[in-house]
Design a binder for this molecule. Structure first.
Ligand SMILES: [Zn+2]
Length: 467
């Protein structure tokens, strides 16, 4: 159908020409964000399907928006054809090294029978947009993509290059993690002064009230130990005191009663100092005293009794799995437990293991490392980044405060921090702190929250790249 083809090319050319008259040469209007979100949600990117299809879809959209092919790079590992990544670059004036935004394209599995709606369709209902990945993190991917296209269309020339990498395999913790792979195999494409990762930030609200935008500067380190108690066993009619199940159970009971010492970082101190503004009464006083370094034992005790604040104060280790014994009528020869630790940045795995050994207090229990810790230093909260986020945030929501945060779980930022690139989790998609649905059923975002996220991302991207 050559005639239709020619007509289409002409029409596209005219549209591009008229766009160029008001903005930069060749740039066209970005796609409607809602339509792009719908396309991404309807492309299943769970672990078994992979992310290459979504990366290709975004590649087409960036090319249609006027980006040069050499600035829109689809990079797919040779041995993992389904785990593709897309790296897009908006050229700046070369004043400083680039800013890299990262966003994963993959999502957690979702079953139709668990959901009120089809998880792989975008459904609007009563002011909400439902679909797998809308908050984690296809909504943010759309915000990054559309913001970069909008900057291109405006003819905005950042001081330094802006790079956005849409990546594979964050959720399954698989062997094709896009951020890790790009940093090690294609460093030239993604090398940067600083990373922004909307997967890590948090815009928290409660009962409809917007409270804070948190800048994630650090993450606790993931570290897993195995415990094993062993014995020669024997007939269950002749019980012994050396029963490995009893020994292990006693040691685990000691661990259950144990708390690691309080270990504050620059981030957690500042977090408590600022967070106190949102609280009242005793809790406010306790948080303030932690922030100013004057907390007494009673304040620490009260904050340690609540999960949410306890995990900000210290390293934690908890039992997650247990097994032992081999027959109904035999003394066990072996009992094993898995201990999962989340370690405050700056604390060594050796220190944690030594503390465990002391508290378990049984030299016959062998301790081994199942998953070693990966170094993950805290990124310094610079006045420049703090001010950029504060100004952007309060330009949209004047009453919302900005605070730094250490997250108890891991994001892709731990790969970029590990290679020495300061990384910040920042996101403006407000979500109810008491109704988190990422990874769960009926994942959703507010229609208005999505609109505001688009504006927040655009403004922050522009602000950071302008300097
Ligand atoms: Zn995520």
């Amino acid at each position: 159908m050559p005639r239709i083809g020619v007509a289409f090319v002409l029409a596209a050319g005219l549209a591009a020409a008229s766009a160029a008259a008001s903005a930069s040469a060749g740039a066209a209007a970005p796609p409607a964000p809602r339509a792009l979100l719908q396309e991404l949600v309807e492309l299943n990117t769970t672990h078994s399907y992979g992310s290459t299809g979504a990366a290709k879809l975004l590649q087409e959209r960036f090319l249609a928006a006027g980006f040069a092919p050499e600035d829109v790079t689809l990079v797919v590992p040779e041995d993992q054809p389904a785990k593709g990544n897309l790296v897009v670059r908006l050229h700046g004036r070369g004043r400083g090294r680039p800013i890299l935004y990262i966003g994963h394209l993959d999502v957690v599995e979702a079953r139709r029978e668990d959901w009120s709606f089809d998880p792989f369709k975008l459904t609007e209902d009563a002011g909400w947009l439902y679909g797998r990945g809308v908050i984690d993190m296809k909504g943010q991917d759309v915000a990054m993509a559309v913001s970069l296209m909008r900057l291109k269309q405006e003819g905005f020339k950042p001081a330094r290059d802006l790079i956005v990498a849409f990546t594979a395999d964050e959720e399954a913790g698989g062997d094709a993690n896009g951020v890790e792979w790009l940093l090690h195999k294609h460093r030239d494409l993604v090398d940067a002064q600083m990373v922004i990762n909307p997967d890590g930030g948090e815009a928290g609200m409660k009962s409809g009230r917007r409270l804070y935008v948190a800048i994630q500067t650090s993450e606790k380190t993931f570290l897993t130990f195995g415990l094993e108690a062993a014995d020669k066993g024997g007939h269950s009619s002749r019980p012994t005191a050396g029963n490995p199940i009893y020994r292990l159970a006693a040691a685990l009971s000691r661990l259950a009663q144990f708390r690691f010492p309080v270990h504050l970082t620059a981030t957690s101190r500042e977090y408590f100092a600022r967070r106190s503004a949102l609280e009242q009464g005793q809790l406010q006083g306790d948080m303030r005293s932690i922030g100013s370094g004057s907390a007494d034992a009673a304040a620490i005790e009260r904050l340690s009794a609540v999960v949410e604040t306890n995990i900000m104060l210290r390293t934690t280790c908890t039992a997650t799995m247990i097994d032992g014994g081999h027959a109904e009528n035999a003394l066990p020869q072996r009992a094993r437990a898995t201990i999962q630790c989340r370690v405050i940045p700056g604390e060594s795995p050796e220190t944690v293991e030594a503390a465990l050994r002391t508290v378990l207090a049984d030299p016959l229990i062998a301790i081994s490392t199942i998953t070693p810790a990966k170094p993950n230093p805290e990124s310094a909260l610079t006045p420049a980044i703090l001010e950029a986020v504060r100004e952007t945030t309060q330009g949209i929501w004047p009453d919302v405060i900005v605070l730094p945060e250490m997250s108890p779980g891991a994001t892709d930022s731990h790969f970029s921090r590990a290679v020495g690139i300061p990384s910040y989790g920042i996101d403006g998609m407000f979500d109810d702190l008491d109704d988190g649905r990422a990874h769960g059923r009926d994942e959703r975002i507010g229609v208005e929250a999505f609109q505001q996220e688009l504006e927040f991302t655009y403004r922050l991207m522009k602000r950071l790249a302008a300097n």
